[in-house]
Write a protein that binds this ligand. Structure first.
Ligand SMILES: *[C@@H]1O[C@H](CO)[C@@H](O)[C@H](O)[C@H]1NC(C)=O
Ligand SMILES: *[C@@H]1O[C@H](CO)[C@@H](O)[C@H](O)[C@H]1NC(C)=O
Ligand SMILES: *[C@@H]1O[C@H](CO)[C@@H](O)[C@H](O)[C@H]1NC(C)=O
Length: 228
């Protein structure tokens, strides 16, 4: 039997997650009313482009999955570029993802991998450690809503390294990337710094490419050290 607290945590997560999706959908709806006919996929892509996530971190792509990520203890939800306090992201988040396309596509037996990367280490102006790999969870085989709890998972290739932007380095983008593809022989990068590639601004894009993984979704938040 799950304890009352874990039920409360799950309910809390579902609530914030629904709120996040509703907020994005509402924004999307506004755009549609304005006559631009934006879909949720376009809204996500626009936010990624506006913040140079598409560009610095990922090649252009059409998001086919939405990615709901939430930090249950601090009640924070990742919302395409909101600011979140560093202390609120110290423990693994919970997450789920949803197909934005037809159910027949999402019914396929697909394998997903979730990664968290910081392209702004040590700072956005001087990305000398970029990208820094913060987390990789793989073997996510459930294609439809499944809540992945905030505890160590069997498919955790790289343990969750809590974001800790150094003092006076401005705001960092923390980017979650959802990848799809065969993960049976996936290995962790050789290093967190530069994802082991030894070159500035190399990271999840190289790793995904090397492993034939396709980018299907992304979400991100900003965090900065209190000392600026
Ligand atoms: C789904 O994929 C898993 C892992 O690759 C495999 O073991 C399983 O047999 C597949 N199921 C179907 C229905 O294809
Ligand atoms: C993912 O699943 C495969 C089996 O399909 C297994 O060999 C591999 O060790 C798993 N990876 C992780 C990181 O648990
Ligand atoms: C990726 O795909 C290419 C071309 O299909 C293949 O040669 C290569 O072995 C694959 N790499 C991995 C890691 O699966």
């Amino acid at each position: 039997m799950p304890s009352i607290t874990s039920i409360a945590a799950i309910t809390g997560f579902l609530w914030t997650s629904l709120t996040a999706t509703a907020a994005i959908a509402a924004y999307s709806g506004q755009q549609a009313l304005l006559g631009t006919g934006y879909s949720l996929s376009s809204t996500i892509r626009d936010a990624l482009i506006a913040n140079d996530v598409i560009g610095d971190v990922l090649d252009d792509f059409e998001p086919t999955y939405s990615l709901d990520i939430s930090y249950p203890k601090s009640h924070e939800t990742v919302l395409l570029g909101n600011d979140i306090a560093v202390k609120a992201v110290s423990k693994r988040p919970v997450f789920t993802f949803h197909s934005l396309t037809s159910p027949s596509i999402s019914a396929k037996n697909l394998t997903f991998t979730l990664a968290l990367t910081d392209p702004d280490a040590k700072s956005r102006d001087k990305p000398i450690w970029s990208e820094m790999c913060h987390w990789i969870v793989t073997n996510l085989t459930t294609p439809e809503p499944a809540l992945h709890l905030s505890k160590a998972q069997p498919g955790e290739l790289e343990e969750y390294l809590p974001p800790s932007p150094p003092p006076k380095t401005g705001s960092h983008r923390y980017v979650f990337v959802l990848l799809e593809g065969d993960a049976s022989n996936l290995e962790a990068p050789s290093d967190r710094k530069h994802w082991g590639y030894g070159k500035v601004r190399h990271g999840v894009r190289d790793w995904a490419g090397e492993n034939n993984l396709t980018v299907v979704g992304a979400n991100f938040f900003f965090a900065q050290n209190k000392k600026q």
